[in-house]
Design a protein around this ligand. Structure first.
Ligand code: GMT
Length: 384
């Protein structure tokens, strides 16, 4: 298929539309590509939650799943495959960029085979985001499918060196895996500190601590509360919890048991987190594992230092003793100690805020987007 103009492509992006890093990265990538005049087609079961721009270069194709009484389990992967075939054919796409191995890469590879039978070659780029490898990949029943998806994609990328290594260690991989780190768009973070917003949460003497996630077990959200309880013994502060998810009930129980309900606010899911981050002092991310930790990068881009666990790709994002601190998973005392150390020394906190921002800018969109564009260009020149 012929590219739009020189080095401008028609790209199908497949992602999970829900609240989570992989959907955010795929959506931001699509929007950035559209702003560079690529034609972008999002393909998913609902509109990606961060997709909030209107552009003649952005299209959305919904994968609908018919409710058919015969099926006990809905065959979503087949509906997705059929939709991919349809969109590639009718929109004349040049490439498919799929985020997540299961079921997106495997559906894209089925679509690729169906199209090949019709004489159409569609390159598939698979980006691994983490939970597809670190959690799903641990389930042996998926192993052969994940291996096939990775080994048969035209290009495979992983969002961190750690995820690349974990993929190579866990699977029989013959394909080269390129590391393309996640990114932020620095333009979104140019907020003047909104003092009145900050005051609505904390008094002048208090510090504002924040956590954002989908409240799944892997985020160890109870540790966020336990660390905060210890911080509060030493430092007047409040905790904001952004997001929602399966651990919410347990978290509410723990707030009550710790007698901290007055100091903790559950804000719910937010589309844009930049504004609330810009008035925060410290981000807590004690996850059991994190292939990258996009949310830590978002915090740092808002000049918010991060106390995180020292796991997965987090050390590639959060720099020990400079942009924050990294401690062992479950080390609640250690996390609280470092948080208190930082929050009780204004100069140190200022220095960490500056460093966090500076380091985050290495992951600014203009530094990362060309890596994906280069992949598209190389693939397209191979096809022609
Ligand atoms: O972390 C989540 O719960 C969501 C998950 C996802 O699939 O969207 O995030 C993964 O991908 C993000 C974007 O690449 C990474 O920043 C997260 O670290 C990664 N989550 C885990 O590895 C647990």
């Amino acid at each position: 298929m012929i590219a739009l103009k020189q080095n401008r492509y028609k790209i199908g992006i497949v992602c999970y539309p829900t609240y989570g890093g992989s959907g955010v990265v795929a959506t931001e990538l699509g929007m950035a590509l559209a702003s560079k005049n690529h034609e972008v087609h999002f393909i998913s079961y609902s509109q990606p939650f961060r997709l909030d721009v209107f552009s003649d270069k952005i299209n959305f194709h919904e994968v609908s799943v018919p409710d058919y009484p015969l099926f006990e389990y809905i065959p979503y992967e087949h509906n997705l495959t059929a939709k991919l075939v349809d969109v590639v054919l009718h929109e004349k796409l040049n490439l498919l960029h799929v985020h997540y191995a299961i079921p997106h890469a495997s559906a894209a590879l089925s679509a690729k085979q169906i199209l090949a039978a019709q004489g159409i070659h569609i390159p598939v780029i698979t980006t691994l985001h983490g939970t597809d490898i670190t959690l799903l990949g641990k389930d042996k029943s998926f192993k052969s499918v994940i291996e096939f998806a990775i080994n048969n994609s035209d290009v495979v990328t992983a969002v961190s060196q750690s995820l690349k290594k974990e993929t190579l260690d866990s699977f029989n991989i013959k394909k080269e895996i390129q590391v393309v780190p996640n990114f932020i768009d620095s333009n979104l973070y140019k907020y003047e500190k909104d003092e009145s917003l900050r005051r609505s949460f904390v008094s002048k003497e208090e510090k504002l601590i924040i956590h954002i996630s989908n409240f799944r077990k892997v985020k160890r959200v109870q540790d966020v509360l336990k660390v905060f309880a210890k911080i509060r013994e030493e430092t007047p502060s409040k905790l904001l919890l952004i997001g929602d998810g399966p651990e919410r009930f347990e978290m509410e129980q723990l707030c009550r048991n710790l007698d901290l309900c007055e100091s903790i606010r559950f804000i719910g899911k937010l589309k844009a987190v930049e504004k609330i981050l810009s008035v925060s002092d410290l981000f807590l991310l004690p996850s059991a594992t994190e292939s990258f930790g996009l949310v830590a990068l978002e915090a740092m881009a808002s000049s918010v230092p991060v106390i995180s666990s020292n796991t997965g790709g987090l050390p590639e994002v959060n720099i020990e003793g400079k942009t924050g601190f990294l401690l062992d998973v479950k080390d609640i005392n250690g996390m609280a100690e470092k948080a208190i150390e930082l929050l009780s020394d204004e100069n140190k906190l200022k220095e960490f805020k500056k460093c966090a921002y500076k380091h985050a800018m290495q992951f600014d969109l203009p530094n990362i987007l060309p890596m994906y564009e280069k992949i598209y260009e190389d693939l397209s020149s191979k096809v022609q």
